[in-house]
Design a protein around this ligand. Structure first.
Ligand SMILES: *Cc1c(COP(=O)(O)O)cnc(C)c1O
Length: 240
């Protein structure tokens, strides 16, 4: 096949995949007695070539997520972002904060006071307010980033004092586990999300609960997710 045909084929795959995912989101929302408009579909674009990302954007994607600062910045000039926002969803090192603040609409992976302080400092320098989600290590796994539940609330109170950071909600990546256990993790996250919302902390608006990826976004939606981060199911297997 010629390159052009291969490209067309992948474009069609992306369109087909997006149709399927939107339908599944719709159905999961109905099942949970929710409105599908209340659930945002993020296309996770790590390792994906800008030509395919732009195709997904043309096909209605209005939010993309990247893991790495460097990758995000290097793709930026090739992407058609007029009607699309970008979030950083991967672990962020303090020394990279300066490069990313002002470049993304949200940082979903805030997991320490130290990191928040640096985001605050750089946001102040650039005179911007940076939207952030607090990443929670819901499975209490040593291998994972994210805050432990034991320090979550206290950390949120401390970050809420930082004037150039706006906490918008929580993000999590649950352990790899079977459906029942997964339901427990997601529903626990939702409960924590509601708990913290109810405290009405100044400068904190709990409106985003970011959970669910290709393998589990329907389960996440059933349990109250408002933002699902889907990569492989849209673009196919990642080639590193
Ligand atoms: C890669 C990634 C995703 C998407 O994973 P898929 O399984 O490809 O859907 C979601 N969230 C984060 C934080 C990721 O790093």
């Amino acid at each position: 096949m010629t390159e052009k045909l291969l490209l067309d084929e992948r474009f069609k795959d992306i369109e087909y995949n997006l149709n399927v995912i939107r339908e599944r989101i719709f159905n999961a929302a109905i099942k949970a007695g929710r409105k599908s408009e209340d659930i945002t579909l993020m296309a996770v674009t790590k390792t994906v070539d800008p030509v395919f990302i732009n195709h997904a954007i043309e096909y209605g994607i209005d939010l993309i997520g990247e893991n790495k600062v460097q990758e995000l910045l290097s793709k930026e000039e090739y992407l058609h972002m007029d009607n699309c926002k970008a979030h950083l969803i991967g672990h962020l090192q303090t020394n990279k904060v300066k490069q990313i603040v002002g470049k993304v609409d949200m940082i979903q992976s805030v997991d320490s006071i130290k990191l928040a302080k640096e985001i605050e400092k750089q946001s102040l320098n650039k005179n911007v307010i940076t939207n952030c989600l607090i990443e929670v290590n819901i499975g209490n796994e040593d291998s994972k980033t994210g805050l432990d539940l034991s320090v979550l609330e206290d950390t949120i109170y401390q970050i809420s004092e930082m004037k150039n950071i706006k906490i918008r909600g929580l993000m999590t990546i649950p352990p790899i586990c079977e459906e029942n256990e997964l339901n427990r993790y997601f529903s626990k996250m939702h409960q924590i999300f509601v708990d913290i919302s109810s405290k009405k902390i100044d400068n904190v608006s709990m409106d985003i609960l970011s959970m669910g990826m290709s393998s589990d976004y329907e389960t996440a939606i059933i349990n109250g997710s408002t933002l699902v981060r889907v990569g492989t199911s849209i673009f196919g297997q990642r080639i590193y």
